[in-house]
Design a protein around this ligand. Structure first.
Ligand code: HEC
Length: 136
């Protein structure tokens, strides 16, 4: 009814589709797999690079690039050696996350480590995993 416009697109589509479907499907699957793997791989690389950059920029001056705490400030603040498995065992991922999110204070309420302000929760979680990777 009322539909006066012909629809060549639809007709063309119907004409082409069966043969395309037959030939393309396995290929599309392979291409998709490759794309998915590529995306996933690059996401992982970005994650590692970001966490390392954030560590080097914001944490290494106190904790040392290697996490040993062997820096001027690290010694002054008696920062524990994060490469030491025993030290890593002294806090959970959750506690580390909270320490970064809210900062750390000593008994007298004096700030030991400032809260991380400029990073998202995901970035902070990635940093916690980076800290875990410093364990020797
Ligand atoms: C001003 C120096 C300073 C900076 C900068 C700093 N920290 Fe800390 N951090 C400390 C001190 C001091 C402590 C408490 C002593 C200790 O745990 O050895 C601490 C403790 C920690 C802990 C142990 C938390 C817990 O629950 O016991 C982790 C994990 C940590 N820092 C990670 C980081 C990360 C990641 C960054 C970078 C975003 C960072 N720190 C930046 C000084 C610093």
């Amino acid at each position: 009814m009322g539909d006066t416009h012909p629809r060549p697109a639809l007709r063309a589509d119907q004409a082409i589709r069966p043969s395309l479907n037959l030939k393309r499907k396995p290929r599309m699957k392979r291409i998709l797999t490759v794309v998915v793997i590529a995306l996933f791989g690059s996401a992982l690389t970005t994650w590692a690079a970001d966490a390392k950059t954030n560590w080097d920029d914001g944490c290494a001056k106190c904790h040392g690039a290697d996490g040993s705490g062997n820096t001027k400030i690290g010694k002054k603040l008696s920062i524990r050696d994060l490469t030491d498995a025993a030290v890593q065992g002294q806090f959970t991922d959750d506690e580390a996350f909270k320490a970064l999110k809210a900062g750390l204070k000593d008994k007298d309420g004096k700030t030991r480590m400032k809260p991380v302000e400029e990073l998202s929760d995901d970035d902070i979680k990635a940093l916690v995993q980076y800290v875990r990777s410093l364990k020797k």
